[in-house]
Design a protein around this ligand. Structure first.
Ligand code: G1P
Length: 284
């Protein structure tokens, strides 16, 4: 099913990347030469998304500027006949009115961020993409929309048992190819209490009922309004599936994941692969 709208929660403070994120949103950190948020937007567009909703916070104007014309830059590129660079900045613009911004007034959790976009979502399924979770290879959202029929769907990956406390963790049911039925989900359980090692990666397809649950404003793990809890509350009312996507996920919310992403994304670029592959072993 084609999903027309996507929400990008970009209100986080990015404290793990200070001082880089003091004046710049963490979503603008580049992997090779493209900001994290642009990878997420391109993944959504590749899945057929037509409306892009950013849930922002203070200090996030760079994101708005990034997805707008830069008339000064464009006229210089035209003047200097830099057609390739001009093509790069023109190609990334969505059609007028396709991008909206909603401000999350307080950092009250992922569920709260998603709920802040409720007035822009009708009674239709919507995608949520977390730019921190960068995927190399097959675009995960397109794979998910191809398999989505109704209810809620999350991207899944296997994590080491010691890491369950960093993720939403599911209780898996019947599996059919890449799609797994989910019978329960819990936010950031300790390894001792985790129901499995199947973790949620930041790609979701949500049905409207999730927003009704979020409206109650119930706080969960870490005192925050958790999207995971709203998904749990919808189990039994609508279908809930997990999807084993084909690509490779990099946790760009952590320094090591971010560094790995830069190397992996560099190695798949024709103009960088040779030099990078030759240089890397000399550093070990
Ligand atoms: C969020 C979600 C969590 C999910 C994770 C994926 O956590 O709350 O359920 O597994 O994203 O990256 P966060 O990383 O924002 O703490």
């Amino acid at each position: 099913m084609t999903i027309k709208k996507a929400i990008f929660p970009v209100g986080g403070l990015g404290t793990r990347f200070l001082p880089a994120t003091k004046a710049m949103p963490k979503e603008m950190l580049p992997v090779v030469d493209k900001p994290l948020i642009q990878y997420a937007v391109e993944e959504a567009a590749a899945a057929g998304v037509e409306q892009f909703i950013f849930v922002t916070g203070r200090n996030k104007t760079a994101i708005e500027d990034h997805f707008d014309h830069s008339t000064e830059l464009e006229s210089v590129l035209v003047e200097k006949n830099k057609t390739q660079a001009l093509e790069v900045v023109s190609r990334m613009l969505q059609e007028p009115g396709a991008v909206s911004y909603v401000r999350q007034q307080e950092p009250a959790g992922l569920g709260h961020a998603v709920w802040c976009a409720r007035h822009l979502i009708g009674n239709e399924p919507v995608a949520v993409l977390l730019a921190d979770d960068l995927i190399l290879g097959a675009p995960a959202l397109a794979e998910m929309t191809a398999h989505y029929k109704s209810g809620n769907m999350v991207a899944l990956m296997e994590v080491p048992a010691s890491d369950t406390g960093a993720y939403g963790i599911i209780t898996p049911g019947k599996k059919d190819g890449q799609v797994t039925e989910i019978s329960a989900i819990v936010e950031k359980p300790s390894p001792e209490t985790a129901p499995s090692t199947k973790a949620v990666v930041g790609r979701y397809i949500l049905e409207a009922g999730v927003f009704d649950v979020l409206s109650k404003g119930q706080r969960g793990a870490g005192g925050e309004i958790q999207l995971t809890d709203a998904l749990a509350a919808r189990i039994g009312h609508v279908p809930f599936h997990g999807f084993d996507f084909s690509g490779e996920r990099f946790d760009c919310g952590s320094k090591i994941g971010f560094l790995k992403a830069n190397i992996a994304f560099g190695l798949v670029r024709d103009e960088l692969r040779g030099d990078l592959a030759e240089w890397l072993p000399t550093r070990l």
